[in-house]
Design a protein around this ligand. Structure first.
Ligand code: UDP
Length: 249
């Protein structure tokens, strides 16, 4: 692999301020969510967000494995984020690398603060996120899928959790970065929100932004999360409508 020279860096914004896929700065990639797609999991959801394809499955509350991780006062939230080998351009080595472990940890913590874990002491709530196809923003797509899967499993929680990455590309703040923007942009800030309380349950940052830019990025992220939230709620409403018997026998 050669090093990337300045001539190889794609132009992230054109003269009209449009991004490489023609989007505006606050425009999300197309987002589709389907709830209840797996029969063996307690809850599940499939998300297509731009070129990202993500499956989330939820099990529990159930027995804790390994046993020593059991907590007497609350359920433990165990998330496993995994990127399939075929999900990225260059085959990814299978298994949990450092990045996957970090993402699994921050997603577990995000959900632990939203789920009513005290109601289920000595149990585990397992969240499995499989990235089938990746094009930046997969941790956010994973959170979006997992929160619909948790609701589909009927696990009590204070709210759904929409998520989105806000970044800086070509000197401008933009939401929902795609891979080239993530790779060559100046900053990438994934965030996850609890809309009812306005609380952030995940906030990470790679790159550089000024303090005023960060304040603006947070506002853009909240607006983006509101849009994602509507699609999440719609997926659950459709799931409920399908399950309801249409006619009395
Ligand atoms: N990526 C990759 N190989 C890897 C990890 C990441 O090709 O081993 C790509 C993938 O498209 C991913 C993007 O780089 O979505 C950005 O990764 P990042 O770590 O920023 O996480 P994400 O934005 O997916 O949450």
């Amino acid at each position: 692999m050669g090093s990337v020279g300045a001539k190889d860096v794609p132009q992230l914004l054109d003269a009209n301020g449009k991004r490489i896929d023609g989007r505006g700065l606050e425009e999300l990639r197309p987002l589709k969510i389907e709830a209840g797609v797996l029969t063996r999991a307690n809850g599940s959801a499939y998300v297509e967000w731009g070129e990202n394809k993500v499956m989330a499955a939820v099990y529990g509350p159930r027995e804790v494995h390994p046993r020593h991780m059991q907590e007497n006062t609350k359920a433990v939230v165990q998330c496993r984020y995994n990127m399939a080998s075929f999900s990225v351009d260059e085959r990814k080595k299978p298994g949990l690398d450092r990045r996957s472990q970090e993402i699994s940890k921050v997603i577990s913590e995000a959900f632990e603060s939203v789920l009513f874990v005290e109601e289920y002491p000595r149990t585990s709530i397992g969240i499995y996120i499989e990235i089938l196809q990746a094009n930046a923003g997969t941790r956010c797509a994973g959170i979006v899928a997992a929160s619909v899967a948790l609701a589909d499993a009927g696990i009590p929680m204070s709210d759904l959790v929409p998520a989105i990455a806000v970044g800086k590309v070509g000197g401008k703040l933009a939401v929902d970065l795609r891979k080239e923007e993530d790779n060559y942009g100046e900053a990438d800030m994934p965030m996850a929100l609890v809309p009812k309380s306005g609380r952030l349950v995940l906030l990470q940052m790679e790159g550089h932004m000024t303090a005023p830019e960060m304040a603006q990025a947070l506002e853009m992220g909240v607006r983006g999360c509101q849009q994602v939230y509507e699609v999440q709620k719609d997926a659950l409403k459709r799931r409920y409508a399908i399950q309801r018997p249409t006619e009395a026998v």
